[in-house]
Design a protein around this ligand. Structure first.
Ligand code: OAD
Length: 235
């Protein structure tokens, strides 16, 4: 399971380190359904700015090592709290995105959803991407919203179920680059430990999980993950 720290070396700011993602904005204004109802344009501008910043960002060695590890394992699941889509871009085929995906637009009025970066995906050209503020649904003309989970919202049911199933059957759980304070995601590591899995934390900082983890690899994901992969490959 990964958190914002896995994308830090790609240049994506984390949430709780200095200069975090919410800096300059109140979470209530841009990260809650109430904030969106109050001022959808402000929220759209915030998310579209995040999208534009992500256009210049590439997966790093940790994303690639995880995709590679998946190819070598018989049974592997990648759970992420990140919405940046970098695991998929590194080749992870089906990441479980607990907090949604910033590239998704979902309709507030019907079940329509669409990829905001469809042109970029189709052309491979980031400068072809355009992100209109306050876009509308092509089916019902309702207001679209970013396909991410906001504070006070439930996580997608299917994602939580898939994550719990993976955690309950795993032998080893790597918990990479998360402060382990945001639930229900943080609870997954405790669940894995309770079910007898070997829990490994990879993080340059200690977290509330550190005491409970079976091993703590203290350092950057982009350095530790490729080294770990090499050990797995040669064993
Ligand atoms: P945080 O910002 O809370 O924590 C990032 C963690 O990454 C910290 O523990 C850092 O020590 C660690 N870190 C920093 N650089 C790293 C590196 N190079 N390698 C490995 N670890 C590194 O981010 P999350 O735990 O992901 O939710 O935050 C969880 C949720 O809080 C987010 O998904 C978001 C936020 O509110 C929603 O938006 C719903």
């Amino acid at each position: 399971m990964t958190g914002a720290g896995v994308s830090a070396e790609s240049g994506v700011p984390t949430f709780r380190d200095a200069g975090g993602l919410w800096e300059g904005h109140r979470i209530e204004d841009v990260g809650t359904p109430e904030g969106f109802t109050r001022d959808p344009l402000l929220v759209w501008r915030f998310y579209n700015a995040r999208r534009r910043n992500l256009l210049d960002v590439a997966p790093n060695a940790a994303h690639h090592a995880l995709a590679n590890l998946e190819r070598r394992c018989r049974d592997f699941a990648l759970i992420t709290q990140n919405v940046d889509g970098l695991h998929a871009r590194a080749g992870t085929p089906n990441p479980i995105e607990l907090h949604g995906n910033i590239w998704l637009n979902t309709c507030t009025g019907c079940t329509h959803y669409e990829w905001a970066d469809a042109t970029w995906r189709a052309t491979g050209n980031p400068s072809a991407a355009s992100f209109p503020d306050d876009p509308r649904c092509p089916k019902c003309a309702g207001r679209l919203r970013p396909g991410v989970v906001w504070f006070g919202e439930m996580l997608p049911d299917w994602a939580v179920r898939r994550a719990e199933q993976a955690v309950c059957r795993c032998d080893v759980m790597l918990v990479i680059g998360t402060s382990a304070v945001v639930y229900p995601a943080a609870g997954l590591a405790h669940l894995a430990a309770a079910r007898g899995a070997f829990v490994v934390e990879i993080n340059p900082q200690r977290t509330p999980l550190s005491k409970e983890a079976d091993a703590v690899l203290s350092g950057k994901a982009g350095e530790i993950m490729p080294a770990l992969l090499q050990r797995v490959a040669s064993s």
